[in-house]
Ligand binder design. Structure first.
Ligand SMILES: [Zn+2]
Length: 454
């Protein structure tokens, strides 16, 4: 390899998924090395393997960033999150529809101010990186400037991010409504500005069926055809009152999912948030279309929405792709470790055990597959974009004590997904650059580009 300035080498224990542990025995899906090297060139992983095998290939004088006692894993993927809801995370006492009226819509109104959007995007990106999350699929607000603010901040870190302007043309405060035509025009302008620029990818984003007319849902379907590789995100079957409302609003449709299918919104890059109350026919539709579900357990518990049937969704006879989402601000943490902690409990409540390998699959390779981005992110392997999270299994005194009783990598991963949170993220690398270092004195964040804001 060359010794160019773009090279970087990480060393330490490492773990990455290589198969789907919902379809094969978990143990065979996990690749681990007690002492690994990750060689990075120009933002991508050039080599990954045991130190003993790769050490000889390093040119003399290359500094090795060594993390003994830590764990190098792929950066986490959050498939469902609302950055404008940072200011209402942990808001008391409501279920979905009342929660939108009481907390969410007023918060989203404040994004008419581009300065506010910029300040929240600044904090949000940093909180993602602090949690070890390197890719997220993000709802902005209906204001185009909220999308500009988010992608501008993501570009400072060269982060692989997916986001879009929320489309709503009914059943929301006047200040948050567009029209089918205006939503189309503003989305198209944002697609032209951002989709494929650097690592940004655009996502057509009708909030959910009750806040869009048929005309707007059809316009969303038309937007998806304007460029290759566009994504679709919306909410689906989160809450029983919501489902009842959709039935009243769209009496001609066979199901909630059928509302979206009718508008051409159910395809291989569609990500449906929640899907708690789906029927077998809906799972079959998602399977056949290649559409994915975002499992958001902290939100589902916090808002009292219900228990997602993960193991039914991924049934190998007609598997539906499932990713993990935080759904902040309905969710209560941006940490995918905390999200896995709750995913384990939700699975347990419906009679299943989510093991650690399955959990880390959802947060990394499974998320990448659900997004159709498994050729770029989600694994430690040559050719992949070098988005890497350095975990610290001894981040707290309790974790350090408990780690002493872990006899296997699976036990250590389970400890991380049960007791871990942002404190257990020692460092985050994005496109091969160390953008976050928990232990750095002063500002722990180092954007790749642009001036730091005060
Ligand atoms: Zn949501």
């Amino acid at each position: 390899m060359s010794g160019s300035l773009q090279s970087r080498v990480l060393r330490g224990p490492a773990a990455t998924l290589a198969g789907n542990p919902f379809e094969q025995p978990s143990r065979g899906c996990l690749i681990t090395h007690d002492d690994a090297l990750i060689i990075i060139e120009d933002g991508r992983i050039a080599a990954f393997g045991p130190y003993a095998e790769l050490n000889d290939t390093l040119p003399e004088g290359v500094a090795v960033e060594h993390y003994p006692g830590h764990l190098l894993v792929p950066g986490f993927i959050d498939a469902h999150v609302h950055y404008p809801q940072m200011q209402v995370i942990g808001a008391f006492g409501t279920q979905l529809l009342e929660w939108l009226e009481t907390y969410t819509f007023p918060a989203e109104m404040s994004f008419a101010d581009a300065g506010h959007a910029g300040r929240v995007a600044h904090l949000f990106l940093r909180e993602l990186l602090r949690a070890g999350t390197t890719t997220a699929m993000v709802y902005c607000t209906m204001h185009p400037q909220s999308v500009d603010a988010f992608f501008t901040e993501a570009a400072r870190f060269d982060a692989r991010m997916i986001a879009g302007k929320v489309l709503m043309d009914r059943h929301a405060p006047a200040g948050l409504l567009d029209t089918a035509q205006r939503g189309y025009d503003e989305s198209l302008a944002l697609i032209e500005r951002w989709h494929g620029r650097g690592r940004a990818l655009y996502c057509v984003t009708p909030r959910f069926a009750p806040t869009s007319t048929d005309a707007q849902l059809d316009a969303a379907g038309a937007l998806l055809k304007t460029r290759d590789g566009l994504f679709l995100q919306t909410h689906l079957c989160e809450n029983l009152a919501e489902i009842e409302w959709v039935r009243d609003l769209f009496p001609a449709r066979a199901s909630y999912l059928d509302v979206y299918a009718h508008a051409g919104l159910v395809g291989p890059r569609s990500m449906f948030g929640h899907g708690i109350h789906l029927h077998e026919g809906d799972f079959c539709t998602c399977h056949q279309a290649g559409a994915a579900l975002a499992h958001c357990p902290t939100s589902n518990l916090f808002l009292g929405s219900g228990l997602f049937r993960l193991f039914e969704a991924v049934d190998p006879r007609r598997p539906v792709k499932v990713a993990l989402g935080t759904d902040v601000g309905g969710g209560t943490s941006l940490s995918q470790l905390q999200t896995l902690n709750e995913a384990y409990k939700v699975a347990a409540m419906v009679g299943h055990k989510l093991d650690a390998v399955q959990g880390f699959y959802l947060a990394t390779l499974g998320g990448a597959r659900a997004l159709g981005l498994e050729d770029r992110i989600g694994r430690l392997a040559p050719g992949m974009e070098a988005d890497i999270c350095v975990l610290d299994p001894k981040a707290t005194p309790l974790m350090a004590f408990r780690a002493g009783y872990c006899a296997s990598m699976e036990e250590l991963l389970f400890l991380l997904m049960t007791l871990g949170d942002d404190r257990a993220v020692r460092a985050t690398y994005v496109a091969g650059r160390p953008v976050y270092d928990r232990d750095r004195s002063g500002d722990p964040f180092r954007p790749a580009h642009g001036e730091e804001q005060p």
